[in-house]
Design a protein around this ligand. Sequence first.
Ligand SMILES: *Cc1c(COP(=O)(O)O)cnc(C)c1O
Length: 398
Amino acid sequence: MEELAINGGTPIRKEKICYGRQWIDDTDIEAVVDVLKGDLITCGPKVKKLEEELAAYTGAKYAVIMNSGTSALHCACMAAGIKPGDEVITTPLTFAASANCIRYCGAAPVFADIDMETYNIDPASIEKCITDKTKAVIAVDYTGQAVQIQEIREICEKYHLIFIEDAAHSIGTEYNGKKIGSLADMTCFSFHPVKTVTAGEGGAVLTNDEELYRKLVLAHAHGITREEELMEEAPHEGIWYYEQIGLGYNYRMTDFQAALLMSQLKKLPEFKRRRKEIVQRYDEAFAKIPEIIVQKEIPESDTCRHLYVIRLALERLSCTRREFFDAMSEENVQCQIHYVPVYWFPYYKHLGYQRGLCPKAEEVYRGIVSIPLYPKMSDGDVEDVIRAVKKIIDYYKK
Ligand SMILES: *Cc1c(COP(=O)(O)O)cnc(C)c1O
């Protein structure tokens, strides 16, 4: 048996490979530089153009571009009218922002459990969490796979809840042949560099509902409007006059970031093709290894995978997840864990959330490891990752 690098053996790779990485090329750089050389580097024409392009790409009526995915979630909660005393249902197997946005509005996140095979929020568990105080559901397309949109829509219609889709992982994914972005009441994207397309930092909310759209616009720009029909005071003073009609934030994106994102969107079909190719190769390689459980896909989702998560069948192994993770690092394959159940964090613990709340999410968390997945990986990189996984599994399997 090959000696593990962690025990002094030769690592599978000389250079470290990370779990995710952006793809920025010369066309992206030129697009940014062009804007920087111009007159308007923020509040110019690029953000508007990007909003049109993103709406056209997803098939949604309206898009509001923001400076992060977190801002997008916050504004979506504001537009949904979330306030103190309300409850909003979400998943614990997500980045903290999916729950924090509920707290920003003074409301209480209620954590529904996940499906053991897809790791997405389980619609049956959502229904069990509903009370008189429930106002919305924030469902996360974990790793890029669409949640059970149809089932969640039906629950939201039945109980008059707003359906917010946290699609930070899932731009490019299709559900029953329709692009993610126009299927929930509001869909939130993130354009952080580890996500599928990037603006450095950035986010967006998409909606088909004009009223929600107007609220989103106000929320992300100080609550200020220049539209006469929205103003309360008339007649107004002159063309300089604008009016603050609510309380909003400055969550705007710059024009040079918007130019970067438009350039990235052109590459999205190619990014998706390559991500799918890598996922297929991983699926095929791991199907033969009983110590590894792969994420199951629902047939409705044509997934542009953001993360590739393997789950260790720990009962078949003589190592812990931590030992596997550390051994991978020494082979120069830097993995990551997505995610620690949100309510385990001290902030939530101090609010009264207890371990054991979502047993399935906690069980899945104990075994998961995200291995490298990004379009710039070469076939050789992919094979290195597979070899590293196999080497460590062979070493520790019972
Ligand atoms: C990245 C991410 C966010 C937050 O997006 P930012 O652009 O980093 O603010 C929210 N939800 C999920 C599931 C994410 O992965």
